[in-house]
Design a protein around this ligand. Structure first.
Ligand SMILES: Cc1ncc(COP(=O)(O)O)c(C=O)c1O
Length: 402
């Protein structure tokens, strides 16, 4: 394939919100992908924490192909048995009572926010405000980009929907001061993903729950990136021993097939009546098949346990590298939980570091110029982690010109 032509066609035809790709992928298997020229890459970005079961797991592609031959779509005008089965299984695993399916993380969060506002409305409260954290990321729709606590994503899109406030993350006092009788919900990530892999403190999460209890405010955890085993527990909230009223999921839920989910307690969910919300594609047969197959693979292959084990192995290996002479002092710290790992650099070169890794056959992510994101598939092995860390070691040397 002519890559130059592809790039020209990309620039000519795709809305200019993405940089012109320098790598064009063709196929994937497990933690490996190949580009259109046959070059092999070890994938430590996994579609941005999406391909938890690895690329094209046969137990996901098999059921998907079968379902595609049987019924791809029929809308929510008719019942879809697999949607009910998926809701039952997710409620069972999470302890929530009701599920709503959509197609992305942004939509799952949009649903959560609508649910919170309707809940406040039904309870006769004037609450409509939603408090989120500075540096958070909740999506790109007008509401979720407003909920997102990063001005760079909001510039030029005003006027934005009213009723959103951003407070400093992990700041208990700021949260206490901001929640008031107008607040409908507090929405938080338990590890800020797009914000640079910043974990919430136990004290902060405890305090968020207490304040919400005391003020009749809903607590929403955005687990779009942290859910589905990514942090070494099925849901990140399990690390904290705190239950929110609503959680949102997407990314890894369908192993790459688009699906989002909003899970809520009965008390909250019952404020929605027929017609209050909907989605043409949400929870369609193919999406539900992908998510059910994903749940099977996660269980059958012990991927949550592997995420905890391999996450610790990867973080330890990176800490060892950071402390060794081979890091050339370019690594400042290692953050995160399970296989959601952030490596912060002492100098602003994360995007060129990422490009140098790719050159050597390793795909990683960058967040701003100071953080590298490592989010391999949850079935990653020790050998693959060793290979990735060796490459990162090489790149440290190249980037620091030793
Ligand atoms: C925590 C979090 N919430 C929401 C989103 C938005 O998800 P989507 O891109 O599927 O709309 C993301 C995407 O990165 C995310 O990390």
């Amino acid at each position: 394939m002519d890559e130059k032509q592809l790039k020209n066609d990309f620039d000519a035809n795709i809305l200019g919100v993405f940089n012109t790709p320098s790598i064009w992928l063709d196929k994937g298997k497990g933690a490996t992908v190949w580009d259109i020229n046959g070059k092999r890459y070890l994938d430590f970005i996994a579609g941005i924490a999406v391909c938890g079961t690895g690329h094209c797991h046969p137990n996901v592609t098999g059921p998907l192909c079968e379902q595609a031959k049987q019924l791809i779509h029929c809308s929510n005008l008719y019942g879809i048995p697999k949607e009910v089965e998926l809701a039952k299984r997710l409620c069972n695993i999470s302890g929530f009572d009701k599920a709503f399916f959509s197609n992305s993380g942004a939509e799952a969060n949009e649903t959560a926010i609508k649910l919170a506002r309707k809940w406040a409305h039904v309870h006769g409260k004037k609450h409509f405000e939603v408090i989120t954290a500075k540096n958070s990321f909740h999506g790109r729709t007008l509401v979720t980009v407003t909920a997102t606590g990063q001005p760079k994503y909001q510039k030029g899109f005003g006027p934005r929907p009213a009723g959103f406030h951003h407070v400093p993350y992990n700041d208990v006092e700021a949260l206490k001061e901001t929640v008031c009788d107008r607040t409908a919900a507090v929405m938080l990530e338990l590890i800020q993903g797009e914000g640079g892999i910043i974990p919430a403190s136990q004290e902060y999460v405890n305090c968020a729950r207490d304040i919400c209890n005391d003020t009749g405010t809903l607590l929403i955890f955005d687990e779009v990136q942290t859910g589905m085993g990514r942090t070494g527990k099925f849901f990140a909230f399990e690390h904290f021993g705190i239950r929110p009223d609503i959680i949102t999921l997407a990314k890894a839920l369908g192993s790459g097939f688009p699906i989002g989910a909003t899970l809520a307690t009965d008390d909250v969910a019952r404020v929605f009546s027929p017609g209050d919300h909907g989605s043409t594609f949400g929870g369609n047969p193919l999406a539900c098949t992908a998510a059910l197959a994903t749940l099977d693979v996660i269980k059958d292959e012990g991927l949550v346990e592997n995420s905890a084990k391999m996450g610790a192995y990867l973080s330890d290996a990176m800490r060892l590298l950071a402390a060794s002479e081979e890091s050339y002092d370019c690594i400042e710290s290692i953050r995160g939980k399970g296989l959601l790992v952030g490596v912060s650099f002492t100098r602003p070169f994360a995007s060129s570091f990422k490009d140098a890794c790719a050159e050597k056959g390793l795909l990683v992510g960058s967040i701003g110029e100071f953080v590298m994101r490592l989010v391999p598939p949850l079935m990653i092995s020790k050998e693959q982690i060793d290979e990735a860390v060796d490459t990162i070691k090489d790149v440290c040397r190249i980037m620091t010109q030793h």
